[in-house]
Design a protein around this ligand. Structure first.
Ligand SMILES: [Zn+2]
Length: 165
């Protein structure tokens, strides 16, 4: 992180020699700084993951996530993007081992797409959102952060509430 006295308002971030540089105004408070760094890292990751995974790559990714976080117990047969899912980020058919991801996830940070994929993989094992379901997601370190990101996306799209006078 580099603080710059010349920088009065703008924050920017880029990668340099494998490191991430975040430029922030010198006057920013520690709390603001923390918020901005997280936001800029999300943006960087989103930019980098713009490259959209194809069906084969999605299945490979899903198998990798299953192996890493679910002991390989979830065995997806197909994973594909769909454009008709506007209220859900993902869905699955456990009896067929098929997973569908909303195209609205495209361009979001990789950890968010991974979370939705892992969420659907967990549904192949546990259909309901009970405690056993959430226990399956416990080993994925970014569950809370990904859920927060998706809630933020939903909130940002709701029409702004009018103030009453
Ligand atoms: Zn679910």
């Amino acid at each position: 992180m580099r603080r710059s006295a010349r920088r009065s308002r703008t924050v920017s971030a880029y990668r340099e020699d494998g490191r991430t540089i975040v430029l922030i105004p010198a006057r920013m408070s520690a709390a603001e700084e923390k918020r901005w760094v997280a936001r800029m890292l999300d943006r960087l990751e989103a930019r980098e993951s713009r490259q959209i995974l194809g069906a084969d790559e999605l299945v490979a990714r899903a198998r990798e996530l299953s192996r890493k976080y679910l002991g390989g117990r979830a065995e997806p047969r197909s994973v594909r993007w769909v454009t008709n899912q506007n209220t859900r980020w993902g869905s699955c058919t456990p009896s067929e081992g098929t997973i569908r991801l909303s195209h609205r996830l495209q361009g979001m940070p990789e950890y968010v797409v991974d979370y939705v994929l892992l969420h659907e993989l967990a549904h192949l094992l546990e259909p309901d959102h009970g405690s056993r379901f959430w226990a399956l997601l416990e080993s994925y370190p970014r569950t809370e952060r990904a859920r927060g990101y998706l809630e933020g996306v939903v909130a940002a799209r709701l029409p702004a509430q009018r103030e009453s006078h």
